[in-house]
Design a protein around this ligand. Structure first.
Ligand code: GLU
Length: 449
């Protein structure tokens, strides 16, 4: 694959919260930027002023930051209206932008009538044929125009990094509206102006934008700007094959974070989903970037499976070094948690907050489960003096085995139940020194300690 530094962008509209589908596009853009030593622009497509909200913009930035998807450049479309006005003027002067006066009802009628004749609902360019008089009359009635881009009726072609050769006939497309009746520019225009001004080399987005790309390529050309390379990824669906809506629920990035999903688990899943690589946790975003390649990205629709995410979450935690988690453990109130504690309990975690259970077992009173008091009392009597280390458990249980004849599960399970009040958990050779002699003696005697 080409490794020329790529300039990419992630361009969410702050009209809602991010879900895993949007986030996947952010991840892929970011990985590609890092893979090529390029740059990642975060652009807020906020020209839809009715639906855009600053709190959504803030939430998007917070989600990306939490994921570690830092941006090298930042832009907000609402800061750039002057620039869009200037480009619109340029397109008008070049005869590529023309005023249209149809109302939404009139347009709907035209569409229905074309479709009832079995014809594609392509705008008929009636506005281009209006005489100056007719236009003046409409203006006098108080009608304000919206503006359409006049497409060239020529083929539009590109080689998509995911879809391969893509071909559209210009004549089969409706001239897109670029400026609304109230003068506001629309996404189809603003996105191209920004991509051109920020010298975006690769537009990586969802396949819901393929038809936009066909018309936007002509806008790039009309602006005399270099047309970027495109990659249109199939959109993620839920496990049942349904599209991910903006009614987020379990697929919202914020709820996954609240549920204790690790950013690296989510990044690993989103980077590998829909590719020919196995879905496995990776130690860092950099490791994921090093493996990213569009040649591995499939055209098939990937499904988001929350169970797969939970599985990866456990894997990520099991491999997380103490230094990476120390600050979080402290913030969660486990101030004395050290490397030994972390390495002891992490193999049993599927979410970080699972630490609380093992913190309690090692640092708080536990009411033991005693099945055979004589057995645990005999075992208690054989506990060696401290200091204890990870060899203590082996030496002690060998002595208990000798003295009582118990072995295997009959030896280990009663000890585990007495020491931790649980039938499962981290390895006792590591746990025992953390519990300490004083607590161990009491628990083996059936006391809450
Ligand atoms: N704001 C657009 C969206 O969220 C951006 C699409 C694009 O990447 O060009 O769909």
């Amino acid at each position: 694959m080409s490794t020329a530094p790529a300039a990419v962008r992630f361009a969410p509209s702050p009209t809602g919260l991010l879900h895993v589908g949007n986030l996947r596009l952010a991840v892929v853009n970011w990985l590609y930027a890092r893979r090529t030593g390029g740059s990642f622009l975060l652009r807020l497509d906020d020209t839809d002023e009715e639906r855009s909200r600053p709190e959504y913009a803030a939430a998007i930035e917070a989600d990306l930051t939490w994921m570690g998807l830092t941006w090298d450049r930042f832009a907000r479309e609402s800061d750039r209206y002057d620039r869009y006005d200037a480009v619109a003027a340029q397109l008008k002067a070049a005869g590529r932008l023309y005023p249209c006066y149809e109302t939404p009802e009139e347009l709907a009628l035209k569409r229905t009538s074309l479709m009832s004749q079995g014809r594609p609902p392509i705008y008929d360019r009636a506005a281009l044929r209006l005489s100056d008089d007719a236009r003046a009359k409409l203006e006098a009635q108080g009608r304000r125009p919206h503006w359409r881009f006049k497409l060239d009726h020529t083929p539009v072609e590109w080689t998509d990094l995911v879809r391969g050769a893509v071909h559209f006939e210009g004549a089969a497309l409706s001239d897109p509206v670029l400026i609304r009746e109230d003068g506001r520019p629309l996404y189809t225009l603003t996105s191209v102006v920004d991509d051109a001004d920020f010298a975006i080399s690769h537009v990586i987005r969802g396949e819901d934008h393929v038809a936009n790309t066909a018309v936007q390529i002509q806008i790039w050309q009309a602006l005399g700007a270099a047309v970027p390379t495109f990659a249109h990824l199939p959109l993620l669906t839920d496990a049942g094959g349904q599209g991910l809506s903006k009614r987020l629920g379990s697929v919202g990035v914020n709820s996954l974070r609240d549920e204790g999903i690790e950013p690296l688990a989510l990044a690993s899943l989103l980077a590998k989903l829909g590719t020919s690589d196995p879905i496995e946790a990776r130690p860092s975003l950099e490791a994921l970037a090093a493996e990213f390649d569009f040649a591995k990205v499939s055209r098939a629709t990937p499904k988001f499976d929350p169970e797969e995410l939970v599985r990866l979450n456990a894997r990520v935690l099991h491999a997380t070094p103490f230094d990476a988690v120390a600050g979080r453990l402290e913030a969660m109130g486990f101030a004395g948690a050290d490397r030994i504690f972390w390495e002891t309990v992490r193999p049993n975690l599927s979410r970080l907050d699972g630490v609380a259970e093992w913190w309690e077992v090692t640092h708080a009173p536990v009411t033991p489960v005693i099945e055979d008091a004589a057995f645990t009392a005999a075992a208690a009597a054989l506990l060696p003096p401290e200091p204890w280390d990870e060899g203590t458990w082996g030496a002690w249980t060998a002595a208990v085995k000798n003295a009582t004849g118990a072995k295997g599960k009959a030896l280990f399970l009663p000890l585990r139940l007495a020491l931790t009040a649980r039938g499962h958990g981290p390895e006792l050779k590591n746990l025992l020194p953390l519990i300490g002699r004083e607590r161990a003696v009491k628990r083996l005697a059936g006391e809450t300690a």
